[in-house]
Design a binder for this molecule. Sequence first.
Ligand SMILES: [Zn+2]
Length: 427
Amino acid sequence: MKIVRPYSGFGKLLCSLIYVLCLPLYVLKGKAWKYPRVFEENPRFMSFKDILYFAYKYYFKSSDLPGSERVRQHFKPLGQPGQYKKLATLSIGGDLMPYAMLTAQNTQNLWQSVGPDFFASDVVFANLETPLVSQLPPAFVPEVMLNDMHFNANEDMMRVFSGNAQFKGYDVLSVCNNHSLDQGVEGLDQTLAYLEANKIKAVGARKESQDQAFTIIECHGIKIGFVAFTFSLNQFERPMDKPWKVNALRLNTYNCDIQEIVNEVDLCRAAGAEFIICSLHCGNAYQAYPSEQTVDLFEHVFEATGVDIIAGSHPHNLQPWTFYEYTSKQTGQVKKGFAIYSLADFVAYDIYTWCHLCAYLKIELYKDEAGQLQFWPIVKPLIMQNQNNALQLQYAEVVFQQAPLSDEVKDIKVLYDICMQPFKPRS
Ligand SMILES: [Zn+2]
């Protein structure tokens, strides 16, 4: 199955070259290069072998398909919600990445199908995976990314991300990901200033040491809290003189200390948050399932913090989702958290076809008979469609009805079926 699909002649040529250069790897390692179960994938600490493995799984074979037995068993059907009256709605999207492909011309119809529902929620959130420094020239992601680039978006790109001025845009954005420091600490500060000037709350980083990196939005009388952490800052580390600047922990390692997440959630709750979303930018890129290490991390974060939702991002393609039942340390009662391991690239255009399958999460908040705040999550899988460079996000199920399916859509459907597997009736 072909999984990397460049769209320009130059892109095809570059990819063919890389493919030829990497061919000895394929000959040497065959179809199933088994790699250590815990792969940190953090450029700051990558060995040469790690880089080769990364190229192998991108160009030859997506990794760990179909995931270990334990990880597959982790995903269970969601069940059915009872009757309820919605009090508030939340939309949670994945990564907003400044791909050169996302011009105003190419994105005129980008939001036509999805925008009216996605942006209609009371609170709209996503992960802004780039600094935005207007004074510096933009640095967009090229079709074929050959090295670790330092991104910089501009206002035109932000307009594309935010619904082309046809919708209200975002209420909260995470600025906490492996590209947070691409334009240095100053770039992060300017991004925070830009968001503030545009009345968008930022989460996961601080301008000043006394600021909070969490944020709370009150909507229909409910205080919704957001916290965010990232597994890596690419080749950078937290600034020595300002370690509080951005919430980075080595989340892709087994011995990662998550006390900072616990403290942050405690502060957010103490500030009044009744419902908390934790954005974790971590996991491994280009694989269908999360690793066992990521599954363990999410469980650990639920148990230690009592957050309601963990929204994963960074693996670039969609990964499955599930409820996780645990005893809350805060109340001593059994609680259900909801985890989606990767929402994938939301507004982006990677040449790896699986990256064109993403989703947004719609959360409906309501109160039960006892007056307790409850929620129901709805995952809406989407496909980034490309017709002669005109891009459009479309609901996956709508695309699958458009027979005959193209080779690319057939390829995407393989991943869609993996993600939907737990929800199929068992024979
Ligand atoms: Zn990332």
